[in-house]
Write a protein that binds this ligand. Sequence first.
Ligand code: GRF
Length: 202
Amino acid sequence: MNVAVLASGTGTNLQALIDRAHGRDGVRIAAVASDRPSSPALERARAAGIERNVFPRSEFPHRQARDDAIAAWLLAQQVELVVLAGYMQLLERSFLRCFPERVINVHPALLPAFPGLKAVDQAIAYGVKVFGVTVHFVDEGVDSGPVILQRALELPQAHDPEQVLAQLRPLEHELLPEAVRLIARGAVRADPENRRRILIER
Ligand code: GRF
């Protein structure tokens, strides 16, 4: 299964995918794209010998044009699954239609709690005692698609977002490669009676 990863940031989740999913269960990370030329994710892709491309906001001021260009590039690489790993842009509906039910995202909260930006800050401000990570399919809403995998972490004293994010990172690095490998194995499907319920065959 040819997989593309979209990343804007440091790319530690991309690195986890390279280390823990690439070359296993039929997964091949075939392409990495970023909207930020300085994203370390691009360097991680280069070091792993993976095709990469950058679609900067300066060249593509309108999201539609950028998303069309990214989709065209990914389709040319015969990508079958798109993984958002810290990709800080929303995607146009037309992009999602190119990869139906084949775009996934990792989010640092237990959805449907705390969607959107600064999820951990939101959770701390709310005063929760349990944090967590969600891997989910991407639909046209913000972090609103069906949940594939979730993992919780009890942090009753949490107060510093950076510390919580650092504690959640290892969970993300396990969960995201696991989800990609399960999808590649054909072990992930929607319950026909309720397509929001994702069934995993272990
Ligand atoms: C992660 O916290 C992820 O949950 C969020 O963006 C961050 C990406 O981190 N969507 P990295 O660039 O993979 O290190």
